[in-house]
Design a protein around this ligand. Sequence first.
Ligand SMILES: Cc1cc2nc3c(=O)[nH]c(=O)nc-3n(C[C@H](O)[C@H](O)[C@H](O)COP(=O)(O)OP(=O)(O)OC[C@H]3O[C@@H](n4cnc5c(N)ncnc54)[C@H](O)[C@@H]3O)c2cc1C
Length: 383
Amino acid sequence: MDFTLSKEHQMIQKAVREFAQKELEPVVDEFEEKEAFPLEVFKKAGDLGFLGPFFPDEYGGGDSDLLTNAIIIEELSKVSCSFALSVDVSMIYFGYNLLKQGTAEQKCKYLPSLINGETIGCFCLTEPNAGSDALSVQTSAVIDGDFYIINGSKIFITNAPIADHFMVVTRTGERQGIQGGTTFLLDKNTPGMEVVEMHGKLGCKSSPTGEIYFDNVRVHKSQILGAESGKGFIGMMNSLDMERAMAPALIIGMAQECLDRSLAYAKKREQFGHPISEYQLIQAKLAEMAIGIELARTYMYRVIWMVEQGLDVTKEAAILKYYSTKVTTSIALEAIQIHGGYGYMKEYRVERILRDAKLMEIGGGTNEIQLMIIARNLLKSRS
Ligand SMILES: Cc1cc2nc3c(=O)[nH]c(=O)nc-3n(C[C@H](O)[C@H](O)[C@H](O)COP(=O)(O)OP(=O)(O)OC[C@H]3O[C@@H](n4cnc5c(N)ncnc54)[C@H](O)[C@@H]3O)c2cc1C
């Protein structure tokens, strides 16, 4: 395993860094303030091939690897975690799932416009009474000839207010437990489906979040993801591993931004006649931040490599998500500490990163759930 970035990886990293500085940086504070998503920047990212570079070129993708995607997401997240989150949900939660589980017709229908940024996808699993306990989903899909009738609701769905396409996990009730789930692909404005935008989040404010209500929504059986009912929960479990392997890129982007800003500030800020970077207590904080980032990023590269090899990453992806999110929240706190009173103010950005980072310990499976997954795997392999 060689985790050195290739020339191509370095080129895309540079290109995305420039794009984020030119297109995203000037508007990021405004969009965070008004809790709105910069759709135009998203479209430009699609035009430049930055959305889902790993998709096969038959759908308009770049045919590159998952590491390229991680590099892109990390660069976007340095400037806006919200933007990177919405990209990640559209391209991984919706797009990658579709690529792995969808029928040929479904891929042809949805992927090209998703990849060029004309459409946005979302992944709808969480419900008011089904969060960590995802198998307790109550949204039902009852068969009616060649159709299904969906009733129920979803909550906390990233991108829902701006999404064109919805991947919706339901309980079809034919079988219980993990066998009784079916995932549907729905388009916006489907009769009986209502999206309500949620406001008042602590962070990630320019990544729209919504509730979705389904009132006798009639969908044809051809809209089942992968065409086979009863596979929804199994597909969901597999895809969550992948999402936990990929999401840390946006987490590490935030951590790196904290370190870069802290280094620059510590060298510039003088107290007691010297830059604070000369004090060992500040140096220790900077060093510990770097340790967390290096370990998280290197491990992420390894987990992505495992995904590329087709290996089971359930335990490793949980370790990665747990470690990277926990270390990033503490890095963001230390960044504020290094900035002193200024770090507590909006202008210095690190306060936003702390607020954004906290979400990552909750979304995509809480850190408690990651610990449970890791422990379960350890115990299983020792018996
Ligand atoms: C901004 C935002 C965006 C989101 N985007 C999406 C999305 O796009 N799609 C989607 O489907 N969902 C999304 N979610 C939902 C997210 O995945 C859930 O919030 C998360 O899985 C936790 O579920 P919950 O909020 O119901 O908390 P709960 O499951 O009620 O958990 C509450 C607390 O109890 C702990 N807990 C629960 N069970 C156990 C246990 N057995 N042992 C120990 N501790 C336990 C949890 O770790 C947590 O600390 C989003 C959430 C937010 C806030």
